[in-house]
Structure formats: structure tokens, C-alpha cells
Design a protein around this ligand. Structure first.
Ligand code: EPU
Length: 437
């Protein structure tokens, strides 16, 4: 087990380069199963989750080679349609194997992801949509087994605009017979990025980025002749902007995509920060005091649930009362208890937090319960007086590439250290904190 030791209280200043997006890279990697041949990607973030996805693909017969941020992946042959449990059970995104494997092999067996640290997270909409396309499922306690003779296009209405659910259905429908129409589809930029890649491989997908996606199935997809670049990580970018806001610093993020950050930028402006945007960069600076905010999470283009823990830290330092409501995940509040250890005043009222801002946070021993809670505690530690020991730091490696180096380049005092397991307070051992993302 590892921890981050953070000596806080210094404004973070400087320029940092955003990495490729975890949640865009994962569906791209799994989508390769749809198209036999060699796929090449650039700007792939070096993360625990992308490594896990590549070893998962390797285990089912698709080897890959990484060189810096470039990946070559050979999807010529699929040897097994049974996802190895040890790797896939630890990464929720392995559910994204379902659509491509069913489409290419007519069969898929993946671990049933079940609940995780941020909520129940059912996959009923994935299964209902794939059933409409002709699949039949057997759902065991710890696995989902699907078979299909030939996928056939269908009209699908999603009860919730699920991100990975939409991605699974778009992938499967790409090489289904006939037309599929997905209503109430997720509009997240990572869904659009996946559709762009599928279209570049020969798919016929219209309406990506809107809530109605229409897919005219084609016979086959082929890898693109040129390497495909993974889009920047809007949540990582938002994390650096929040670090500037919370520490009273001034950070410019390069290789950014500010147009994907509308709701986060609005929230930070409302909190009293100065935000400037340009082509491929965004800057956040804070000189004066923060202001209280009111936020409600919503599917894109609304305020992202992944940014909620980070804005909680900003609100914890803003004079007055802020209110933040979480509407997507029922258990995404665990950072609040940990922030309270650092002196934050946060009251839970159902899915709502009332946050009374304090002047300063104090360093403490805190635990990352999931990736974004961990990022929030990192930012809190950077802003706080004294030393913060952030336990279960491995969780941050799932979503933040070169984290220590980037924080240090911005003037933050941070180092990684090993920790004895019995030193971890507040960790509920009945939950597997690794099943997130
Ligand atoms: N939902 C259902 N049924 C389903 C699927 C989802 O009821 O079949 C509900 C969920 O319980 C939740 C809501 O729909 O209340 C939205 O969940 P969604 O399916 O959109 O989430 P996801 O696809 O599992 C992705 C990201 C998450 C991000 C959410 C929301 C990936 C790999 N993960 O998860 O990212 O929080 O969308 O934007 O893309 C992270 O990066 O830390 C992370 C958790």
C-alpha cells in the first residue's frame, strides 16, 4: 500500500500538460476487437487502468506494444471470448468487452461488475439494449454470459443516459445488420470520441454528441491507416484548475480542450476564479477570497459527477454556505468525511451537501476511497496547512498520469511512500476500493 505525503499551504503556479483521457482511451482500446488488424493510438495515458485494459486484451488474444504514449495493438485474432476474471473484475470498464465481443464472436462472458465505492452501478441498460439487438444473456452472481447468432438493428430507449452503456451499444450496432437508433444516449465527449474512431474505421454513426444516435450497421470495420490520437482528459484538466482555485494559485493547462469544460469553468468563475481560455489551453487564477457556490451534478453538458469531489474542496474554502447535490451516484460522498478530518464543515442531507466554508484546512491522515475522492483529497492536502498523509494512493494511478511530477512542477511539495496496511483508518474492508472508474 502506498501513501502520498503532501506538505500543503503553497499556491500552485505554472504550466502543466494534460494527458489523454482515461475514459476515452478505454473504449477505444476495447473497440479494436471490432476490426481485425493492427490499430495504432497516440496520447494514450500510462495509467493502471489502461495497462489493465491492454493486459486484458492480451489475454484474449490481442497483443500490444507500448512506446511512450503510443500503442500498437493487434486485433487480428481473438482466441477467447471469456474475459479473465482476475484482471477484469478489478476494472469496471471491462464491461466494455460485452458489445465488441458479442459483435465479433457472437459470445461474451465478462464478470458482473456489481456495486462499487461510489454506488450500485447496475448494467441493466447495457443488457436491455444488447437484448434488443438480439443477444440472450445468462446473468450469474459474478458473471454475465451473452450469445447472439447475428446482431440486428433495433430502436433502443435508455432509461438513463449511461456512458459505458451507450458505448457498448454503439460498438455492437456498428456491425449489426440494419439500423439502430439509441434514444436518450449519453452525450459525453468520450462517447463522441469513440464514435469518431468507429466512423474513421468505416462505421456509419450519426448524431454522436446528441441524445439520439443513429447507427447504420456495416459489414466490417478496418483499423485506420494513421495513428489515432486520444482526446485530452477533461477531468484531469479540471483537477488542475481546482488545484489553482483551492491553493490561491495560477495554473495554465496546455494540450487542453476548454470547450469540453463549460460547466466546470462556469463553477470556478462563480467561485471567484479568473479563467482564461485559448486554443488548446486554459488558465485558472485566484487572487481574492473564494465565493460560495451551488452545484448540481448532471449528465454532460451538465456539471460532471467526476468533478463534484474536487469542487467540494473549493467550496470547503469559500466563505458562506455552498450547496452541492449529487444526482448520478448515490454513494459519491466519501470524500466529505475525509475532508471533515481536515477541518471542513460539511453536512449531508440525503444526496445534498451543505458546506460552510472555513479559512484554512489542516493536514491530516486521510484515505482515498475512489479515484476522484482521492484527487479531491490531494487538492485539499495541497491547500491545507501542515502535512497530509493520503492513504491508498494507488487509486490515483488509475486516472492521473505522472501525478507526482506534475504537482512538483507546479511547486507542490509531494512524495510517495510505502505504508503499513494497519495504518489505514476509516477504510471499510467490505468494499473493494479498486473497483471504480
Ligand atoms: N445506470 C443504470 N443502469 C445502467 C447503467 C447506468 O441505472 O445500466 C445508472 C448508474 O447507476 C448511474 C448513471 O446511470 O446512476 C450513470 O452511470 P453511467 O453508466 O453513465 O456511468 P459509467 O458508464 O459506469 C462512466 C465513467 C465514470 C463517470 C460516469 C458518469 C468510464 C469508464 N467511467 O461510468 O468515470 O463517473 O460515466 O459520467 O467511462 C471515473 O473516471 O472516476 C469514473 C467513475
Amino acid at each position: 500500500m502506498q501513501k502520498l505525503v503532501i506538505e500543503g499551504g503553497r499556491p500552485l503556479r505554472g504550466t502543466v500538460t494534460a494527458s489523454g483521457a482515461k475514459n476515452a482511451a478505454l473504449p477505444l482500446l476495447f473497440s479494436t476487437l471490432l476490426a481485425p488488424g493492427e490499430h495504432r493510438f497516440t496520447n494514450v495515458p500510462d495509467l493502471a487502468d489502461t495497462s489493465a485494459a491492454l493486459s486484458l486484451l492480451g489475454r484474449i488474444g490481442c497483443p500490444s506494444l507500448a512506446s511512450g504514449d503510443a500503442i500498437r495493438l493487434d486485433a487480428t485474432r481473438i482466441a477467447w471470448c471469456d474475459a479473465p476474471r482476475r484482471i477484469s473484475a478489478r476494472m469496471r470498464a471491462s464491461v466494455l468487452l460485452l458489445g465488441p465481443l458479442l459483435a465479433r464472436c457472437g459470445e461474451a462472458r465478462v464478470p458482473n461488475p456489481g456495486g462499487c465505492a461510489i454506488g450500485a452501478r447496475p448494467i441493466d441498460q447495457h443488457l436491455e439494449g444488447l437484448t434488443a439487438l438480439g443477444c440472450r444473456f445468462e446473468v450469474g452472481e459474478d458473471y454475465v454470459h451473452g450469445i447472439v447468432a447475428r446482431l440486428k438493428g433495433a430502436d433502443i430507449w435508455l432509461r438513463v443516459p449511461t456512458v459505458t452503456g451507450t458505448e457498448n451499444l454503439v460498438m455492437a450496432a456498428s456491425i449489426a445488420e440494419g439500423t439502430t437508433r439509441i434514444r436518450n444516449a449519453a452525450r459525453e465527449p468520450e462517447v463522441t470520441a469513440l464514435c469518431d474512431y468507429l466512423n474513421a474505421m468505416g462505421a456509419r454513426i450519426h448524431g454522436a454528441g446528441t441524445s439520439e444516435i443513429v447507427i447504420d450497421g456495416v459489414e466490417e470495420l478496418r483499423p485506420t491507416p494513421e495513428p489515432w490520437e486520444v482526446v485530452p482528459d477533461r477531468i484531469e484538466i479540471g483537477t488542475w484548475l481546482c488545484a489553482a482555485a483551492a491553493t490561491g494559485g495560477d495554473i495554465t493547462v496546455e494540450r487542453a480542450a476548454p470547450h469540453l469544460l463549460g460547466a466546470t469553468i462556469d463553477a470556478l468563475r462563480a467561485a471567484g476564479c479568473t479563467i482564461e481560455v485559448g486554443s488548446g489551453w486554459v488558465r485558472c487564477a485566484r487572487k481574492g477570497p473564494l465565493r460560495a457556490i451551488r452545484l448540481v451534478t448532471a449528465p454532460y453538458p451538465g456539471f460532471a459527477t467526476d468533478m463534484q469531489p474536487l469542487l467540494t474542496v473549493v467550496a470547503a474554502l469559500a466563505p458562506g454556505q455552498s450547496v452541492i447535490e449529487e444526482t448520478l451516484f448515490e454513494a459519491r460522498f466519501k470524500h466529505a468525511d475525509e475532508l471533515s478530518r481536515m477541518g471542513a464543515h460539511i453536512e449531508r442531507d440525503g444526496q445534498r451537501m451543505r458546506i460552510r466554508g472555513v479559512d484554512r484546512l489542516q493536514g491530516a491522515v486521510v484515505t482515498a476511497t475512489d479515484l476522484r475522492a482521492g484527487a479531491a483529497l490531494l487538492v485539499a492536502g495541497l491547500a491545507a496547512d501542515g502535512v497530509t498523509n493520503l492513504l491508498q494512493a494507488e487509486l490515483l494511478d488509475r486516472g492521473y498520469e505522472d501525478l507526482i511530477e506534475k504537482v512538483q512542477a507546479l511547486g507542490g511539495q509531494i512524495r510517495r511512500a510505502e505504508v503499513e496496511v494497519q495504518q489505514q483508518p476509516g477504510l471499510n474492508r467490505e468494499e473493494d476500493p479498486l473497483i471504480v472508474g
